[in-house]
Design a protein around this ligand. Structure first.
Ligand code: FEO
Length: 403
């Protein structure tokens, strides 16, 4: 990949920057193939640039633009969202593109102000705003939380090109899809870490664009997609609207246990949940996380989590579980915590706090039992399960169904 401008379609160019050596995106997403920061230039009566690139890549970016046009001629700069991999060079570019007007969604206004720290000419657009560029026009669609609140995408008419910001892209330092290894896996890997927490919003966005005739998908990272772009959109539709693995409302009961004390409480809780007519899916993670735990957590109508305490903390596997839960769509899902402990129950308290901070709805006081549960403790566990079942039923009756 050489990093020079690429004419994607007549008068539409890729002019972004390549970052082949990036090995972790946003610090949390390990990468093997680097990434690209895609910026697109549309040549018409109004010369329009879609997105800027990350700071540190300005020279490459400006060189690419300059090979197609004089950057001082840019009329519009569309910023689809303000994360700094797309805006880190915007201030510098505006020093050259002095007549450019920046086009953003309304939700982007605070980010614009706090990223640039100065006033610049700008306008806001919303659903179905159409901005004429001359022969062509850009039609805008708000797609909040794909994956920031300000995110929008736009459709170039009559070229049928959809500029999709972070959606439908992936981190890979290559622009030509035929040169990408495992494009399906890369698309999934990106969706799983970046888009999955906002699954309901992804479903809404896919629904919003369902009638568009898309010839080329132009995301912000990785290759543009000319070969069957509808299939890429369909993957997002499938992942975001996937039916639950569970046929009935099912509670995920996930726990780790050193000496089966926490496990015995789990059995008592499971009994209480089933007495109330709920299905229970038990996952013993004492030896590590189980397969597809994110799917199971996402599909469950509630999560009950059990942990022992080790060195004043939940055990390591529970922290691994928190990492997974942090990227699962929660939607105020009920959760509760239990556990057996030795001389202090700090791990249970921490687990309870973390679930609250992850935006689960935690209403029950944690069930804590010192050392070996006796018959009364098992009865209390059963009651805890029944109480949690009532909370889950209220949640289910109030919940908007996920399509
Ligand atoms: Fe590619 Fe959300 O930044």
């Amino acid at each position: 990949m050489d990093g020079e401008p690429v004419e994607i379609s007549s008068g539409v160019y890729w002019v972004g920057a390549l970052d082949p050596y990036l090995r972790a995106f946003d610090l949390v997403m390990p990468l093997k193939k680097g990434t690209s920061y895609n910026s697109y230039l549309i040549i018409d009566e109004k010369i329009t640039l879609i997105d800027a690139v990350k700071s540190g890549f300005y020279d490459q970016f400006k060189q690419n633009i300059s090979e197609v046009i004089d950057p001082t001629d840019i009329d519009y700069i569309v910023i689809n969202h303000f994360e700094q991999d797309h805006t880190g060079t915007l201030n510098k570019l505006l020093e050259t593109a002095t007549k450019a007007e920046v086009i953003v969604s309304k939700n982007a206004l605070p980010f614009l102000k706090e990223t640039l720290n100065r006033d610049i000419p700008h306008r806001t657009v919303s659903d179905d705003t159409e901005v004429s560029l001359g022969e062509r026009s850009l039609r805008f669609y708000r797609t909040p939380f794909l994956h920031w609140p300000d995110t929008m995408i736009e459709y170039l008419v009559p070229d049928n090109i959809l500029f999709t910001c972070d959606a439908f892209g992936f981190h890979y330092c290559e622009l030509h899809e035929e040169r990408v290894e495992e494009p399906d896996y890369n698309l999934w890997y990106y969706y799983d870490l970046i888009m999955r927490p906002f699954r309901e919003y992804v479903a809404e966005a896919v629904e919003k664009i369902k009638d568009l005739d898309v010839r080329i998908l132009c995301p912000s990272h990785g290759p543009f997609r000319k070969r069957n772009p509808d299939r890429v959109i369909d993957r997002y539709r499938h992942w975001s609207t996937r039916e639950s693995h569970f046929e009935d409302p099912t509670v995920l009961l996930v726990y780790a246990s050193f000496y089966r004390n926490t496990a015995r409480l789990a059995e008592g809780i499971a009994g209480g949940l089933t007495e109330e007519g709920l299905s229970v899916h038990s996952e013993d993670i004492s030896y590590g996380l189980t397969e597809r735990i994110k799917d199971k957590a996402e599909d469950a109508c509630g999560i009950v989590l059990g942990t022992p305490t080790m060195a004043g903390s939940p055990i390591f596997h529970i922290w691994d579980l928190f990492k997974q839960l942090s990227i699962v769509s929660k939607g105020g899902k009920p959760a509760a915590v239990f556990g057996s402990y030795g001389w202090n129950a700090a791990g249970i308290k921490i687990a309870d706090d973390v679930l609250r901070h992850l935006r689960f709805k935690v209403e029950l006081e944690p069930l804590k039992v010192r050392l070996v549960p006796n018959d009364a403790d098992i009865k209390a566990a059963s009651r805890f399960g029944r109480d949690f079942a009532h909370i889950v039923k209220q949640y289910l009756s109030s919940k908007k169904p996920v399509r």
